[in-house]
Ligand binder design. Structure first.
Ligand SMILES: [Zn+2]
Length: 394
């Protein structure tokens, strides 16, 4: 690791707000190449469960380009100011996505797009049942190729209904892909409906009620989008109702945001009576012994997506906190978040990075995979089959 860290200093740039120890885009790509070349047999082979992936965050540049052509619109990206004449041009723009914390210091940044701009601009290409089905099938195909056997993708209905997309087009498209993936790719799935925390609790409640018609497809309720000054407790009523209705509950606690320890405490201990059932991210809990005790005591899983943090945190600080959580006995589950906007890094890349960062053994990595199976909201028979397949390859 030290050899790698000294080599990357040559790649840092002063065009953006990159702190010492934080990796530039070039350095992250070099790291990814090095990790992939390690040809890690266990990580490649082991049957996997993915508990933190945003389906809208899997819209590849190739699919965005195809959908733009399907609908006769320009394949815009980010703030839409740049015109893309070729697919290669669009692919390069994906490579340049930065986190909000990396906003440029100078004015030479027209080509750079923040994560939220990139993420939400992709919604506009999803219009018909066929589009939603294609998006989900594209993810399921990639996941199956990485030996993911079960997943719980997030989707953001408010980002679609606000553009006039019907619930039927969105959910029927997802369902079509879900059934095809189960039949043809041996990958099972259940959906987690996320609410956009930067929109009102009333909007979330309206969408919750509308989604009840699709309850058989939706296993859990989550909370995502921009967390600044939007604590999870704003959605107390919704979470309480959803628990009463039998849904599992989770919420994002993004890394390094304002009031993050307070947000993690709400998710772990107070909302909906005694806290939610899972924490998405929450890496900052590692800095607070009381939070670690609380999470361990409640047996909560944390979905950790290390590649997502590389654009705003230092390599060393992510590694240290990841190791603290695992050593403390927290049920850490490695996942990928929004892979296409995070250096095209999927669950395999996140597992390879986690292993490198924490210096984890094969046995520790397998334990994390078992946590993902155990803490998933899959049916017992699905969990049992995956566990048996894991044991069979060890
Ligand atoms: Zn996420």
């Amino acid at each position: 690791m030290l050899r790698f860290l000294s080599a990357i200093s040559a790649h840092t740039t002063n065009q953006m707000s990159i702190r010492p120890g934080q990796l530039s885009q070039k350095a992250r790509q070099a790291l990814k190449k090095e990790l992939v070349s390690s040809d890690d047999g266990i990580i490649l082979k082991i049957p996997k469960v993915e508990l933190h992936v945003h389906i809208e965050g899997t819209l590849t540049p190739q699919l965005r380009w195809k959908l733009a052509q399907r609908h006769g619109v320009k394949p815009h990206f980010g703030n839409g100011n740049h015109e893309f004449k070729t697919l290669e041009d669009l692919e390069r723009a994906y490579d340049d996505v930065i986190s909000s914390a990396q906003l440029p210091l100078s004015g030479q940044s027209d080509h750079l797009t923040t994560f939220f701009q990139a993420y939400y601009s992709g919604f506009q290409f999803l219009r018909t049942k066929r589009d939603f089905s294609d998006l989900a099938m594209d993810y399921f195909s990639r996941a199956a190729a990485m030996n993911v056997r079960y997943c719980e993708p997030f989707f953001d209905p408010q980002g679609h209904t606000s553009r006039g997309v019907s619930w039927a087009d969105m959910m029927d498209g997802f369902k079509e892909a879900q059934e095809k993936a189960a039949n043809e790719l041996n990958i099972q799935s259940s959906w987690i409906m996320c609410f956009l925390r930067d929109q009102s609790p009333e909007s979330a409640m309206d969408h919750y009620k509308a989604a009840l018609k699709y309850k058989d497809m939706i296993v859990g309720i989550g909370l995502d989008s921009n967390e600044h000054d939007r604590p999870p407790c704003l959605f107390e009523e919704l979470f309480t109702l959803a628990r009463r209705d039998g849904f599992k509950l989770t919420a994002h606690c993004d890394v390094g945001v304002k009031d993050t320890h307070c947000h993690i405490h709400q998710v772990a201990a107070t909302i909906a009576g005694s806290g939610l059932d899972r924490i998405d991210h929450g890496l900052n809990a590692a800095e607070d012994a009381m939070l670690i005790d609380l999470i361990r005591h409640r047996g909560l899983a944390m979905t950790i997506c290390p590649w997502a943090y590389l654009r705003r945190e230092t390599y060393g600080s992510i590694a240290e906190r990841l190791r603290v959580l695992v050593d403390a006995g927290v049920k850490v589950c490695i996942a990928s978040d929004s892979p296409v906007y995070m250096d095209d890094s999927w669950i395999i890349h996140n597992m390879l990075l986690a292993k490198r960062m924490g210096g984890f053994t094969d046995s520790e990595m397998c334990k994390m995979v078992r946590h993902s199976v155990e803490m998933s909201w899959a049916k017992p028979a699905v969990k049992l089959a995956i566990m048996q397949d894991i044991e069979a390859i060890l």
